[in-house]
Design a protein around this ligand. Structure first.
Ligand code: GDD
Ligand code: MG
Length: 366
């Protein structure tokens, strides 16, 4: 089975994590995010993946290569300029089979694609969308269906008064190649705003799933995805690595303080005496957590250094960031790769520091 993964968005809502790497390969727990998708796809018989890249394409290619590490054939198409979700599909046309899956490249899920493919076959659909129930559909594509799964209406990013169902487009489609005939070449096209409305009443079906599903495209949801993977709420091989105390400690890591599971501590990391890591954390490779520091519900990416008696709560600390002593970070803070924070700084309420920004001692109490 073949799958086309859309991986060309700029990931603006996930900045500064996506300022230095494209969203599909942002590290999540212990691997590039898209590795979770590749495992999921392989589990449903996908052995051939076309990655549709644009923004920072080489970043995706450098991390994933030809896919052999994931036991999947991986090819890339690179748009010269962003063509939108439908334009990207059209642009990949020459590589596509008669029937294939198409996925948004930022969704963590264990949706049952096998059932979706079966329904697609049974109904003779031209396109079958996976649908999922969410609390607030306003950030998604709202889908109204009738009996038998026929889509009556597709409304991208509905306004509050248009919301009368909680079923949204999960960003996983089964498509017949013939639908590409409806897309004009060489111009930006939105599959959600242009193609799906055209297919309503004309072979567009929805397949409602009851599975774990999360679009990881904001810092809040990125953290949620981390917690859910550690808790085993979504099927992934990470859970197998969490032993009795729900801890995974990498080779050469030194824990002198206390780490409360579920948590993952990367190879070569050091948690100094008197430091606490709790509430579901990921501590990356070679991270140093200083004496008496307190890390709670946070992700500290590879090579970051956290000073003594510094507190980090519900925040994301980018790779190679250096934070001085006695700082307070959180909640909802995101520090971009290589940022440096002197001693005695305080950042809160969703503050973002862009990559390589440097703040002297005592510079900010936010
Ligand atoms: N190649 C390419 N080119 N990919 C793109 C482009 C482009 O111009 N624009 C966006 N993408 C990719 C993004 O990288 C992402 O993987 C996917 O297309 C969806 O784009 P987002 O920007 O994340 O869209 P969204 O989250 O606001 O909404 C979409 O996903 C929702 C589910 O998460 C829509 O499909 C909604 O209908 C859906 O509910
Ligand atoms: Mg998205």
């Amino acid at each position: 089975m073949q799958a086309l993964i859309l991986a060309g968005g700029e990931g603006t809502r996930l900045r500064p994590l996506t300022s230095t790497v494209p969203k599909p390969v942002v590290p999540l727990v212990d691997r590039p995010f898209i590795a979770f998708m590749l495992d999921w796809l392989r589990g449903h018989g996908v052995d051939d993946v076309v990655m549709s890249c644009g923004f920072m394409a080489s970043g995706v290619r450098n991390v994933l290569g030809d896919g052999s590490a994931y036991v999947i054939r991986l090819r890339y198409v690179e748009e010269p300029r962003p063509l939108g979700t439908g334009g990207a599909l059209k642009f990949a046309e020459r590589l596509l089979d008669e029937r294939f899956l198409m996925l948004n490249g930022d969704v963590l899920t264990d949706l049952d694609l096998t059932t979706q493919l079966e329904q697609h076959e049974r109904t003779g659909a031209r396109a079958t969308l996976a649908l999922i129930a969410v609390d607030d559909p306003s950030a998604y594509g709202l889908v109204r269906c009738s009996e038998g799964g026929r889509v009556r209406e597709f409304l991208e990013k509905p306004s509050p008064d248009q919301i009368d169902t909680n079923l949204v487009n999960a960003g996983a489609y089964v498509l017949e190649r013939e639908v590409l005939d409806l897309i004009a070449p060489d111009r930006p096209v939105s599959i959600e705003r242009e193609l799906f409305p055209l297919l309503v009443g004309n072979g567009l079906y929805g397949c409602t799933g009851d599975a774990y599903w999360l679009d990881i495209g904001t810092p809040e949801r990125y953290l949620q995805a981390t917690f859910d993977i550690l808790d085993g709420d979504v099927s992934s091989s990470v859970v197998d690595a969490l032993y009795v105390s729900r801890l995974s400690i990498g080779e050469g890591a030194r824990i002198e303080g206390r780490v409360v599971g579920p948590a993952l501590v990367g190879p070569g990391a050091h948690v100094a005496a008197g430091a606490t890591v709790a509430g579901r954390c990921v501590i990356g490779r070679n991270v140093q957590i200083g004496a008496g520091a307190h890390i709670d519900r946070s992700v500290i990416l590879d090579g970051a250094v956290i000073g003594a008696r510094t507190t980090v709560v519900e925040s994301i600390v980018g790779p190679g960031v250096r934070i001085g002593d006695r700082c307070r970070i959180g909640e909802g803070v995101v520090l971009g790769e290589g940022a440096e924070l002197g001693h005695d700084n305080q950042l809160a309420a969703g503050a973002r520091l862009f990559p390589n920004v440097s703040l002297p001692d005592g510079a900010i109490k936010f």
